[in-house]
Design a protein around this ligand. Structure first.
Ligand code: GLN
Length: 491
C-alpha cells in the first residue's frame, strides 16, 4: 500500500511520530504518479521540484518542533481551475494552454500557510462543464477502479488521484455536483460546503451563484481536516460568510443518536439504478441501527432542478467566460484583420464544443425578449427547490440519498447525448441551487467492485451535522474499497 492509500489523519499521525517524513510522502506520490499517469491521465501538470522543496521545508519545521498543524507535510493536488502562483492553470481548455497565473487562490494561500505540499494540477472537464471528464481538451481521465469507465466530472482528475493512491488529498470545485459525482464514481469522500463557506478567490468562475470549492479525501475525517483549513471569511470574496468555522473534527464522534434522517422518496424511485438503490437503502438501515430516526420527506420540485440549473449556470457562464476574448488570457489568434476577428477566431479555436454549447444556451436565455421566459422562470424554479429544502429540513436534520442515479459508465457512452450526460447530476444539482452543504461518502460497492456514493445533505452552515452522519456510516462500513490497479497495465 502506498502512503497515498492511507487516510490523511493516519499520515498526519505518522508524520508527527516521526515514522515518515514529508519527503517520503512526496517521493511516494511522485512515483505513483509516474507509474499510473499515462494510463489514467490524472495530472495535467506535476511540480516535482516545488513539491520536494516544500516537503524539505516541512521536515525542517518538524525537526525543530514547530509544525503548522495536521496538514503540514501532506501532499495534495488541485483541480486545474484553482490557481497557484507560477503553476500552469488550463481549466482543461486549449484556451488557457500556456497560461501561468501570477497569484495564489485563497485556498492555496491557506494550504501553504498550513504547510501542505502542492504536487500538481489535476485534469477536469473544460471549464468544469461536464460529468465524465471526457470534455477535457487534454483527453479523458480514466476511473482507477476500471480504466474503461469514466471517473465522473468535472473534478474527475482530483478524485481519481485520491482513489489511485497518488495523493491523500485534493481540492475540486462544484457548480452542480462536480465534487460529489466524481467522488462517488471513484469511491472517495468529496464534500461541497455551504455556499459562502470557502473563498472562491482564485477559482476560475463558472456559475458564480453556485460555485464552491470542496475537499476530496479517502476518509470523512480527512475531508473535515482539509475543510477546516480552507474555510472562513475572505475579504477577497464578498460572498464568503462571516459565520465562525466550528471545530468539525471534534464534532465527528458525537454520534447520530436521535438525529432525524430524511429519505427523499423521489430520489430512490424511477431512474435510479437498482444496485445504487439497494446500497443506499442498506446504508439507511445502518444509520437507523446507529440510533437515527428515519423519516420520509418530499422534494417535489427537484424534478425541475436540472433544467433550472442549465439556464442559470449557462447564463452565468456566458457572462463569466466573456473574459476569454483573445486579448487578455491564454490563447490569441494571430494574423487577424481587426478586433472582431480576434474575438471570434480566438474563441472559435480555443473553446471545445460543450463550452460553446453552454455559452450559446446562456446567451440565448439572457437575450432581450427571452429573459423572463427562460432566466426568470429558472429563478422561480430555483426558489421552489429552496423551499423544498426548507420544508424537508423542518422534518429532518439531514437528508440521505444516492449521490448519482447511475454507476460509473463507460467512456463514450453518454458523450453524444448531452441530455443523458446532464441527467447524471439530477441528485447533486439541488444542493448547489439551494446553497446547502452536501457530501458523497462511499456506500458498499457493487459485486463487480464499482463504487457507489451515498449523499448526505444538511441545512446551510450545518457541515458539522453532515460530517457526523457520514462519519457514523463510515465507522460501520469502513473506507471505500481500493482499486485493483494491476502493475502490468501501467504502460
Ligand atoms: N456536471 C455539471 C455540469 O456539467 C456540474 C459541473 C460542476 O459542478 N462544475 O454543469
Amino acid at each position: 500500500m502506498t502512503s497515498g492509500h492511507r487516510p490523511l489523519p493516519e499520515l498526519s499521525a505518522a508524520l508527527a511520530r516521526g515514522e515518515l517524513s514529508s519527503a517520503d510522502l512526496v517521493e511516494d506520490a511522485l512515483a505513483r504518479v509516474d507509474a499510473w499517469n499515462r494510463r489514467l491521465n490524472v495530472f495535467l501538470h506535476v511540480d516535482a521540484a516545488g513539491a520536494r522543496a516544500a516537503a524539505a521545508a516541512s521536515d525542517t519545521r518538524r525537526a525543530r518542533g514547530c509544525l503548522r498543524g495536521p496538514l503540514d507535510g501532506i501532499p495534495y493536488a488541485l483541480k486545474d481551475n484553482i490557481v497557484a502562483r507560477g503553476m500552469p492553470a488550463t481549466c482543461g481548455s486549449r484556451f488557457l494552454a500556456g497560461f501561468v497565473p501570477p497569484y495564489d487562490a485563497t485556498v492555496v494561500e491557506r494550504l501553504r500557510r498550513a504547510g501542505a505540499v502542492l504536487i500538481g494540477k489535476a485534469n477536469m472537464d473544460e471549464f468544469a462543464m461536464g460529468s465524465s471528464n471526457e470534455h477535457s481538451a487534454f483527453g479523458p481521465t480514466r476511473n482507477p477502479h476500471d480504466p474503461e469507465r469514466v471517473p465522473g466530472g468535472s473534478s474527475g482528475g482530483a478524485c481519481a488521484a485520491v482513489a489511485a493512491g497518488m495523493i491523500p488529498l485534493a481540492f475540486g470545485s462544484s457548480t452542480g455536483g462536480s465534487v460529489r459525482l466524481p467522488a462517488s464514481f471513484c469511491g472517495v469522500v468529496g464534500a461541497k460546503p455551504s455556499y459562502g463557506r470557502v473563498s472562491r478567490y482564485g477559482l476560475v468562475a463558472f456559475g458564480s451563484s453556485l460555485d464552491q470549492i470542496g475537499p476530496i479525501a479517502r476518509s470523512v475525517e480527512g475531508a473535515a481536516r482539509a475543510l477546516q483549513v480552507v474555510a472562513g471569511e475572505d475579504p477577497r470574496d464578498a460572498t464568503t460568510c462571516r459565520a465562525p468555522v466550528p471545530d468539525w473534527v471534534a464534532a465527528l464522534d458525537e454520534g447520530i443518536a436521535g438525529l432525524r434522517i430524511g429519505v427523499v422518496r423521489e430520489h430512490l424511485g424511477e431512474g435510479i439504478d437498482p444496485v445504487v438503490r439497494d446500497r443506499v437503502e442498506e446504508a439507511i438501515r445502518v444509520l437507523e441501527r446507529e440510533g437515527a430516526r428515519v423519516v420520509e420527506v418530499e422534494m417535489p420540485h427537484t424534478r425541475f432542478a436540472v433544467a433550472a440549473y442549465h439556464v442559470v449556470s449557462g447564463a452565468e457562464a456566458s457572462s463569466n467566460l466573456a473574459r476569454f476574448d483573445g486579448a487578455r488570457y491564454g490563447r490569441r489568434a494571430d494574423r487577424v484583420a481587426d478586433l472582431e476577428e480576434l474575438y471570434v477566431r480566438s474563441r472559435a479555436d480555443g473553446f471545445g464544443d460543450e463550452v460553446k454549447r453552454r455559452i450559446l444556451i446562456g446567451t440565448f436565455a439572457l437575450s432581450a425578449g427571452y429573459h423572463d421566459e427562460y432566466y426568470g422562470r429558472a429563478m422561480k424554479a430555483r426558489s421552489l427547490v429552496r423551499r423544498d429544502y426548507e420544508k424537508a429540513f423542518a422534518r429532518a436534520d439531514a437528508l440521505v440519498s444516492p449521490a448519482a442515479p447511475v454507476l460509473p459508465f463507460r467512456l463514450g457512452e453518454r458523450l453524444d447525448d448531452p441530455l443523458a450526460m446532464y441527467l447524471v447530476d439530477a441528485l447533486t444539482i439541488p444542493a448547489n441551487l439551494a446553497g446547502v452543504p452536501a457530501l458523497s461518502v462511499p456506500a458498499r460497492p457493487t459485486g463487480d467492485g464499482l463504487p457507489v456514493g451515498l449523499q448526505i445533505q444538511a441545512p446551510v452552515l450545518e457541515e458539522a451535522r453532515m460530517l457526523r452522519v457520514a462519519h457514523a456510516w463510515e465507522r460501520v462500513a469502513g473506507l471505500g474499497a481500493l482499486p485493483r490497479l494491476v502493475p502490468g497495465e501501467a504502460a
